[in-house]
Every structure is written in C-alpha cells, then in structure tokens.
Ligand binder design. Structure first.
Ligand SMILES: NC(=O)c1ccc[n+]([C@@H]2O[C@H](COP(=O)([O-])OP(=O)(O)OC[C@H]3O[C@@H](n4cnc5c(N)ncnc54)[C@H](O)[C@@H]3O)[C@@H](O)[C@H]2O)c1
Length: 323
C-alpha cells in the first residue's frame, strides 16, 4: 500500500513515516521544509520504500500526480503553532485552507482516502473544558489573529466533511490535542520543549498568564497509533475524532515538574499574555479530550503516562542541546 504523507518531515509526520515504513508501507512525503527538517527523517531517508518530494501542498501540479499514485493520503502539512500563526497570519491561513483544498480536490478525482489533521483549537473558547466531537466551536472575531488557526482548521474540516458527504470521498478527520515527544521544536511556540530548554539552560521558565491553564499532553507514539488505527478502519470514514491524552496538568505545575526533573535552579516567571502574543490574546483555561469515540471505533487508547511524556521531552531536548 502506497501512502502520501504531507508534512511528513515535521514532528508528528516523521514519527508516522517511520512507523509506516516499519509496517511495510511505501511512503511518499510532500513537505516544503518550512518547519520540518530532513534530519527528522534520518532513520528512514535512505529506505527504498520512502520517497521525499520537496514542495508545497498549495501547488496543484505537484500534488495531483502524487495523490494519483497513492492509496491513501495523510494530510499533516500546515502552518502550526500559535506563535507562527500570530506572526504570519494571512500566509498561515492560506497555507492551511488552500493546501487542504488542493489535496482534497486531487483526492476526489481518484476517490483516494484522506485523513486530515485538525486540532483541539477548533473548539475555540468553548468553556466546557472537556470536549466531545459534537461540542460547539466558539470563536472571537475574525479580525483577531488568535482565532485564525482554529478558523483555518475548521474550514479544512468543512472541506473534508462535505467532499465526503456530497462526492462520497472517503475522509476521516482527527483533532489532535497537545502532542509532544522527540523532535518537537520549541521555536514555534510549543510549550513543553520551550520550558525544558529554559530549565536546562538555567534561564527563567516563562509561563504565560497565571499558569492555571490546564492541558493534556499525548506522546507522539500514541498519536501515531491513533492515526494508524483510522487508516485501517473503513468505519471511521465520514467521522471526526478527538485524539489526545486525558491526564490534565496546569502549565505552572508542568513547569514545576520540569524544574524538579532537570534539577534546574531556574525560577518560574509569569509573563502576561499581551506581552507574549500582543494585546487581547485569550487563552483557553482547560482543554481535555473525550476520546471515547475513537476507542469505540478502533479500540485505540493512549498508553504513555504524563511522567513518560515529560521524561521523553526532557531527554530529547537534552539530546538536541548536546548535538
Ligand atoms: N503537535 C501538536 O500538538 C498538534 C496539535 C494539534 C494539531 N496538530 C496538527 O498536526 C499536524 C502536524 O503538526 P506538527 O506538530 O508535526 O507540526 P510540524 O510543523 O512539525 O509539521 C508540519 C509540517 O508541514 C510542513 N509544511 C508546512 N507548510 C507546508 C506546505 N505548504 N507544503 C508542504 N509542507 C508544508 C512543514 O515543513 C512541517 O514538516 C498539523 O496539521 C497540525 O496542525 C498538531
């Protein structure tokens, strides 16, 4: 089976590609290397079952033939991370929406299954805290850049959902909650690698807001297992699924845990959101996935504990710093 992975040189993509190759799939990656990196693919790049193509998912002429020769597409390529999206708002929005439209249109010509990476951000500022797939999406105005990542991914979902409904294209949407693990970069606003790097370099750990915001961190190996379970399942077609861990921790407690695990002497410094992201930034106080739907469709459940996840991030930031 031939799988096209867009964004396959990125953090999640590179782990997914490794696993697909190990399982015997032939894989083509399309990636423009904007936030991804060929070193992420070191372990598999010379494997004859892998082909790497450098280019953009917004380029129809490039996407079309790659989709045509694939049995399934896993579409991960996107402008990712709050910081990147706040800094390059229009470009990020266009990459996400146009890129998905190009991929889905190409897939429709050959009726190729598409798995679309969406995000827990689509729930916006819905204050329920625990999100099921049918929870409401609640956003601020379109003029506030903070919501544009969520809006772009919601638009991607609309494309996937209605190409399925109106043209019968087999699509599956997965909404990733925070995923962490080796190779995740802290450079684009990802919280855990950034805090670990600060702890290991002995500088203050900068926690945005008052640090009471609560999150769940899923290990990338568990995320990859979830994606593979959907790739194999015909029952998942036409559906959207939450994918994430369910153990919650506040960001300030995560910072404390990191200090303890790294024996760091760094202090924790609270940074107001407006200083970190500009005026009017709103964070989400609590974000926890209800993952029972995917469990009931494929039997998937996360296997790693919060401690496993934290150790993995510390180990990989440490390894990066030594390299
Ligand atoms: N990591 C998380 O916690 C998380 C949470 C929610 C959703 N997601 C989603 O998962 C997917 C993968 O995210 P990630 O964390 O691995 O981020 P990442 O930045 O490491 O991966 C994205 C990849 O897409 C590539 N890319 C970007 N624009 C492209 C374009 N126009 N054409 C081709 N390639 C392009 C990048 O170079 C990179 O390799 C994204 O769709 C993201 O929105 C991730």
């Amino acid at each position: 089976m031939q799988v096209l992975v867009t964004g396959g040189a990125g953090f999640i993509g590179s782990h997914l590609v490794e696993r697909l190759i190990d399982l015997g799939y032939s894989v083509t990656i399309l990636d423009d290397l904007s936030t991804g990196n060929l070193t992420n693919l070191e372990r598999v790049i010379s494997n004859p079952k892998l082909r790497f193509v450098e280019g953009s998912v917004t380029d129809e002429l490039m996407v079309d033939p790659l989709v045509k020769e694939a049995d399934a597409v896993i579409h991960l390529a996107a402008a990712v991370g709050v910081k990147l999206v706040m800094d390059q708002t229009l470009r990020s929005f266009q990459t996400n929406v146009r890129g998905t439209e190009v991929v889905v249109e190409a897939a429709c010509r050959t009726n190729t299954k598409v798995l679309l990476a969406s995000t827990s951000e689509v729930y916006g500022k819905n204050s329920s805290g625990i999100f099921s797939e049918d929870s409401d999406f609640v956003y601020g105005p379109t003029s506030v850049a903070r919501w544009t990542y969520a809006l772009s991914k919601a638009a991607d979902e609309v494309l996937a959902h209605y190409y399925c409904k109106e043209f019968g294209l087999p699509t599956v949407i997965f909404r990733l909650f925070n995923t962490v693990g080796p190779r995740q970069s802290g450079d684009f606003g990802m919280v855990l690698p950034r805090l670990v790097k600060q702890a290991l370099t002995g500088i203050p750990l900068t926690v945005f807001g008052d640090g009471s915001q609560r999150r769940c961190f899923c290990h990338v190996d568990d995320t990859v297992a979830a994606i593979l379970s959907m790739l194999d399942s015909s029952a998942c077609v036409g559906e959207a699924f939450n994918v994430g861990a369910i153990t919650e921790i506040s960001i300030i407690d995560a910072a404390r845990m990191i200090i303890e695990m790294t024996s760091s002497t760094s202090p924790i410094v609270l940074v107001p959101y407006e200083e970190a992201y500009g005026p009017g930034f709103e964070d989400i106080p609590r974000r926890v996935p209800n993952i029972s739907k995917l469990a009931s469709f494929t039997g998937w459940a996360p296997t790693k504990t919060l401690e496993d996840v934290m150790h993995s991030v510390v180990d990989c930031v440490l390894a990066d710093m030594m390299a």
